[in-house]
Design a protein around this ligand. Sequence first.
Ligand code: NAD
Ligand code: DAU
Length: 337
Amino acid sequence: MKKILVTGGAGFIGSNYVNHILNERDDYYIVNIDKLTYAGNLENLSSLANHPRHVFVRGDIANRELVNYLFEKYELDHVINFAAESHVDRSIIGSYEFFRTNVLGTNILLETARKFKVKKFLQISTDEVYGSLGKEGLFTEGTPLSPNSPYSSSKAGADMMVSSFYHTYGMPVVTTRCSNNYGPFQFPEKLIPLMILNALSNKELPVYGDGMNVRDWIYVIDHNKAINLVFEQGKDGEVYNIGASNELPNIEIVKLILSKLNKSESLIKYVQDRLGHDRRYAIDSSKIQSELGWKPEFTFEKAIDYTVNWYLSNEKWWKNIISGEYQSYYEKQYGKK
Ligand code: NAD
Ligand code: DAU
């Protein structure tokens, strides 16, 4: 049995991972630590109530004593680190928590994992560490790190630390860098769910700048399958890019969502651009494809339909979210734009 510390497993990607993998594998025992920040939600894990191989612990990865206690108590031998402050706009409003969780928290996990001699430490990172592309080219694993936002710089700091633990101590670490995810349980501060929910409520859809910034979209299940392949078969010390070669300008996504919901494009409002807004991301995922045999299974057309339908049929989930802290965040972020 693999005894895995999954961090941030009540967030968007982490909860999809835990829900998926416990169905797939009967040799995984998961201790899921999540601080339950605004982005963590136990409802994302409701299908796992009383699951014999899932333990949820509300806690902070930057709490050294707690992390040490969990390693001891559950004899953990693997780590998958999803936990992070993950939203670029929030990192522009204030960056302290980003560095506290993403850098210090990762350091505490690494040091504890080293002490307990884990068999694998998987760092979930992002393509944003590479910075921004012009019209041409793709991010490869060899692209120099050049992060532009407080969020991406905190993730790049963590990536470098992870790599240093391989070089210095020979720790069995591996890192994935994925492009933009979408799918069920994504917090509605991110482009796709925010636009779906605003359209459903006939609210303005705030498009930053000229709407022509490009992101490379991947369905969360494809990302999670790639993560598990890297977790099981990735080479120590290596980085694997993950992406589905699906580049789209933001405005096209926004228009697509409006058309799927039969809403008018007059809801679109171009607003002041994000500070330091990266223009284009695009991932070359040929390494994971050729070395580990991964490829994306979902087409964008199919998975965006599924995602829109998920939000349509899970009104209770998102109504709970948008009634709380979300309101004051929304006012701060969009009120003056
Ligand atoms: P999310 O914001 O939805 O979830 C993050 C989770 O981490 C939340 O449940 C939150 O409560 C938890 N958390 C935050 N601080 C914590 C702390 N100090 N201790 C314990 N738990 C804490 O984020 P997500 O979109 O699911 O992203 C997960 C990971 O994937 C992040 O590391 C992110 O950088 C990376 N990533 C995300 C994307 C994307 O498109 N969303 C793409 C590539 C990589
Ligand atoms: O590339 C991977 C990254 O993707 C992850 O590391 C991050 O955790 C994740 O949040 C995401 O970052 P982005 O900044 O690309 O995602 P976001 O959904 O915030 O924005 C996507 C694009 O849409 C971006 O160009 C900004 C634009 N946008 C976003 C919002 C929230 C708008 O035009 N209007 C908006 O209201």
